[in-house]
Write a protein that binds this ligand. Structure first.
Ligand SMILES: Nc1ncnc2c1ncn2[C@@H]1O[C@H](COP(=O)(O)OP(=O)(O)OP(=O)(O)O)[C@@H](O)[C@H]1O
Length: 266
């Protein structure tokens, strides 16, 4: 059974002048346990809305969104998030930032700090555990955010362009780090990105969305072995073939979205 299943899920928001605005339409796809699915599509097409449906932050207007075979009502257990802007608290040390999740979920102070220390070490920040966020680089803050998410041992990981604000090299390092830490957890991942290279380097399958209102245009398997090193895998013929195939599908949507935007601006 799939961990996540969307069946004809549609989301409408109240639009300007009282007319409903359809953000996503008839979305159908599934994600299995231990599977990494990337969602790509033009800017503003409805990728974040798709994550909001899975996380229960927004109910679908029609259709169904199931987690573990049960319709989502409210935020399901075992969901971890990572967004472009992190949730690192400036007045807490690295260790206490990571311990906050287990504390919130009922662990005692000592137990929360013990679990946090394991993850601080796994993300390579053991020597910085007493540092405060302003003393860290952007990449280090992302490592804290990754530890904050993974310390809760999520079964579902929802990621919305988590690395897009990073420079290219730090970004590749964080992608490798994510793959290393995710592998073997059995977590189902939905990773939203504008960047097709990132999507292919990380995912088992890539969902291509149409321009607004987003619907699923195609779902592509990524036939690349694991474990992967993202900077090396990008140079392989299988990667380049996969890129070419998916880009053909995505390009039309990106061009359509651009035309639409320039029509609106005119
Ligand atoms: N809470 C809301 N109320 C009204 N409209 C919304 C709401 N959330 C999203 N929308 C609209 O739904 C559409 C899709 O937005 P969404 O943020 O899901 O797109 P996206 O693909 O994630 O965008 P980007 O690529 O810029 O990150 C947009 O037109 C947006 O204005």
């Amino acid at each position: 059974m799939s961990v996540i299943a969307l069946r004809n899920a549609t989301k409408r928001f109240p639009g300007a002048g009282g007319r409903p605005h359809t953000a996503v339409r008839d979305l159908t796809f599934t994600v299995d346990a231990g599977e990494f699915v990337a969602v790509v599509g033009p800017t503003g097409c409805g990728k974040s809305t798709t994550l909001s449906l899975v996380s229960g932050l927004e109910p679908p207007s029609s259709g169904e969104v199931d987690v573990d075979g049960v319709p989502v009502r409210g935020i399901p257990d075992g969901v971890g998030y990572m967004f472009q802007t992190d949730a690192v608290l400036p007045w807490r040390s690295v260790l206490d930032n990571v311990a906050a999740g287990p504390r919130y979920r009922g662990a005692g102070r000592a137990e929360a700090r013990r679990r946090a220390a394991v993850w601080v070490e796994r993300v390579g920040l053991a020597a910085f555990d007493r540092y405060y966020p302003h003393q860290l680089s952007g990449g280090m803050r992302k490592r804290v955010a990754l530890a904050q998410t993974l310390v809760n041992e999520p079964r579902i990981l929802l990621m919305d362009e988590p690395f897009s604000a990073l420079d290219v090299q730090t970004r590749a390092l964080m992608q490798d780090e994510l793959l290393r830490l995710w592998q073997g957890t059995g977590a189902a991942v939905v990773f939203v990105t504008h960047d097709l290279e990132e999507a292919i380097a990380l995912a088992d399958r890539v969902v291509v969305m149409t321009s607004s209102p987003a619907t699923v245009k195609g779902i592509f398997d990524v036939p690349l072995p694991r474990p992967r090193r993202v900077e090396e895998i990008r140079l392989t013929p299988a990667f380049i073939d996969t890129y070419r195939e998916i880009w053909q599908s995505l390009r039309e949507e990106v061009e359509r979205a651009r035309e639409e935007a320039s029509r609106r601006a005119a």
